[in-house]
Design a protein around this ligand. Structure first.
Ligand SMILES: Nc1ncnc2c1ncn2[C@@H]1O[C@H](COP(=O)(O)OP(=O)(O)OP(=O)(O)O)[C@@H](O)[C@H]1O
Length: 701
């Protein structure tokens, strides 16, 4: 149960003064929620300022530097409203001080409101950015205006927050102030020695400081209050991941002893020999599974490095030991593809391999559920439908989760919550640095596929401006008539799914005029069967050019596709481009990747695309990306900062992550059920940062 002390923070945001139905909608939008009912007061506490306005610079009009934010105290001389019917001409108000004259400029302003707030002859104080033009000073839309008599009301330093259209900074600031004032006195959950050594303030003070910066230094990620909160956030994450792990370990393990009987047959039938990386990873996995400790292992491998074969060998071991295995994929397409591939590969073993997704319905579903329950099914591949309540396994020995960064801890928790705690292997394609692994997965054992199968040719990557699209189409025409296959990825469209759909359909229509029915189409709005059909047609070669959105990004495997065109490459994260590019170069043909960009590119944008041209090494790409863009991009989440984190940033606070990890391990070693005073405080921390799912594994307290 959430401690009562947090109740004021978890009350609906609609309860805050000044948030009515209309502003409520804006707040919901700001916080990425459907409606204000879903927003909590705490969400505003975590809405971190992005900058600050410092009004302490009061140089006098004549001495105000171009572009600076300044505060001017002056007397209003006259108003100059726009001529009637000329609404595009601004409303101007002139004032002066001892040094000179300043024109305040307002577009589409209400004259009567200005007359009231800036009466002629009144001494006023205004704050805003100075613009010098032809020797005249102006200030467009001052951010603060107040009569000198009421100057006290004007904060000298004020945080700036990310906004959404229609929401005024003042309304937001008021609401955040109200939210912050509801933060209770929080118990100390941190390590006392660490806190003293780092000079951290208490958590409550840290939140207050976060929203009341005194100067730019206070906003620095290294400011003590920021570091304090980053530590807390990491600690919450690490404790919750450690609880999951502890819970897995508590449930007695089931040693899985591979006999090699099935895997021998399967290996003999493969058209290739395993790479030594693959063999090494398999050995590590089998060794883990043979013990009575639950395996919790991450299999990291760059695009096309052959993770699927490794997963298959692990699953065969589970079956050899008399158990069942599941493979959970993040998308329907991928689940079906894995099912097709694995069924083919495993054929010599004569197993029953089923596929279960949200689309599996009716009689078919019942039969599969029966087979799973009776143990007739050896391996099931599917989406999260695999772990719905009515799916009962006879003896689940291994779960492979093809994570691709789309599941996260929740799904894994669901698994263990069902009481099924098989050995677990998590596969991830994006090569991510260790700190990020730690933040996202906690303390897991890691196997890496460090090499690609032999015989792969490098992918030639070129960066081409969008204006040369026709030329690219011409080249494609040649290549396709030679029997090659190509993907054409349509841009990410930020605004709406509709416009994304439109752009991919338009592009498909245009290309279909050139390529006729050789041009296929797949996008996220199609239903599952349509997607399968489109993928299958491309795989079989009925279509040779597949126009697609990023639905093909993860894991799609059509080894004879050798050309990848990506439109608006500048809009994608580097790691995502790397993933997309990884759809080609999976066979022995030489491949090309064409990155079309809409110019002009920023220097940073040019550097980013340059990295892709230079290297195919996913790790290097990830690291360069981290340097250039911050972690958000790395996982393609399109936000800044570290995905899944509100305040902490791996880049800025990586040292604290390591500390939090050790701290979490230490606490749980001494107090595995979080019963001590500090344990109770940690429970509060988990609720505060919404990492409380794992609390149900604890004895009550
Ligand atoms: N040892 C090997 N030698 C040659 N080809 C291999 C080897 N192992 C796997 N392959 C083939 O390489 C291709 C890529 O393998 P797989 O689909 O497992 O990649 P992956 O690691 O899952 O990559 P992604 O994350 O991009 O999906 C497949 O067509 C697979 O059959």
């Amino acid at each position: 149960m959430r401690p009562a002390l947090l109740d004021p923070l978890f009350a609906s945001l609609a309860n805050l003064p000044g948030i009515g139905p209309k502003t409520g909608e804006l707040f919901a939008k700001l916080l990425g929620q459907e409606s204000i009912e879903e927003c909590r007061v705490v969400d505003l506490v975590f809405h971190t300022p992005s900058g600050l306005i410092d009004r302490r610079n009061q140089p006098g009009i004549a001495h105000a530097p171009q572009g600076a934010i300044v505060t001017i105290s002056g007397r209003v001389d006259r108003h100059q409203p726009p001529p009637r019917g000329r609404s595009n001409v601004p409303y101007r108000v002139f004032l002066h001080d001892d040094t000179g004259e300043l024109a305040l400029t307002f577009f589409r302003a209400k004259g009567d409101w200005l007359a009231k707030s800036l009466p002629v002859d009144e001494q006023v104080i205004v704050s805003g950015k100075i613009d010098w033009f032809n020797g005249r000073a102006s200030m467009v839309h001052p951010d603060y205006m107040v009569k000198a008599a009421e100057a006290e009301a004007m904060p000298m330093v004020e945080p700036i927050y990310g906004l959404t259209a229609g929401l005024s900074p003042r309304t937001l600031r008021k609401a955040i102030e109200a939210a912050v004032s509801r933060i209770p006195h929080l118990p100390e959950w941190g390590d006392k020695t660490l806190i003293a050594r780092q000079g951290f303030p208490g958590a409550t003070d840290a939140f207050t400081a976060l929203h009341n910066p005194r100067d730019a230094l206070d906003l620095d990620p290294q400011a003590p209050s920021r570091r304090r909160l980053a530590y807390d956030e990491f600690l919450a994450g690490q404790v919750s991941l450690a609880l999951v792990r502890q819970n897995l370990r508590r449930l007695a393990g089931r040693p899985v002893i591979a006999t090699g009987e099935l895997s021998g047959k399967v290996l003999g039938g493969l058209p290739f020999a395993l790479t030594s990386s693959q063999s090494a990873a398999i050995a590590e996995i089998l060794e883990d599974m043979a013990t009575d400790q639950r395996m919790l292992r991450l299999l990291q491998g760059d695009v096309g490095s052959g993770k699927t074969a490794v997963a298959l060998m692990a699953m065969l071991a589970a079956v050899e030991a008399g158990g069942q295995a599941v493979l959970m994929a993040p998308t329907e397409i991928l689940a079906r593809q894995h099912h097709a591939t694995l069924s083919r590969m495993a054929e010599p073993a004569g197993l029953t391999i089923d596929v279960l997704t949200g689309r599996t319905k009716g009689r078919e579903r019942e039969q599969i559920l029966e087979r799973i329950a009776s143990g007739e099914t050896n391996i099931v591949i599917g989406t999260h439908a695999l772990f719905q309540d009515n799916v009962n396994y006879r003896d689940l020995a291994l779960a492979v989760v093809d994570e691709q960064h789309r599941f996260g801890v929740h799904q894994r928790l669901r698994l263990t919550a069902k009481g099924i705690s098989p050995h677990m292997l998590v596969m991830t394609a994006t090569p991510i640095p260790r700190t990020l692994v730690l933040a996202a997965f906690g303390d897991m054992d890691v196997s890496k596929l460090t090499e690609k199968p032999a015989g792969r040719k490098p992918i030639q990557t070129v960066v081409v401006p969008q204006e040369r699209t026709d030329e690219i189409v011409e080249r494609l025409r040649g290549a396709i008539s030679e029997g090659k296959k190509a993907y054409w990825i349509c841009p990410l469209v930020e605004e709406t799914e509709e416009s994304e759909l439109m752009s991919v359909e338009e592009r498909h229509a245009a290309l279909a005029r050139v390529f006729g029915d050789k041009a296929g189409l797949v996008h996220g709005r199609m239903n599952g069967a349509q997607k399968d059909e489109a993928m299958l047609a491309f795989k079989n070669g009925e279509t040779r050019l597949l126009v697609a959105t990023t639905v093909v990004e993860v894991g799609v495997d059509v080894p004879d596709a050798s050309i990848m065109v990506i439109e608006h490459a500048e809009r994608f994260g580097l790691a995502q481009l790397h993933q997309l590019r990884g759809r080609v170069g999976r066979g022995d043909a030489a491949s090309t990747c064409i990155l079309l960009y809409k110019g002009p590119l920023s220097e940073n944008g040019r550097a980013r695309l340059g990295i892709l041209r230079e290297t195919e090494d996913g790790f290097r790409i990830a690291e360069e990306d981290l340097k250039l863009r911050g972690e958000g991009e790395l996982l393609g989440t399109r936000q800044s900062g570290t995905p899944g984190f509100l305040i902490a940033s791996l880049e800025a606070h990586g040292d604290l992550l390591e500390i939090a990890r050790k701290d979490a391990a230490l606490v749980l070693e001494k107090d595995p059920d979080l019963m001590t005073e500090r344990g109770q405080a940690l429970r509060t921390l988990l609720y505060l940062y919404r990492r409380d799912e794992a609390i149900r594994f604890l004895r009550a307290g």
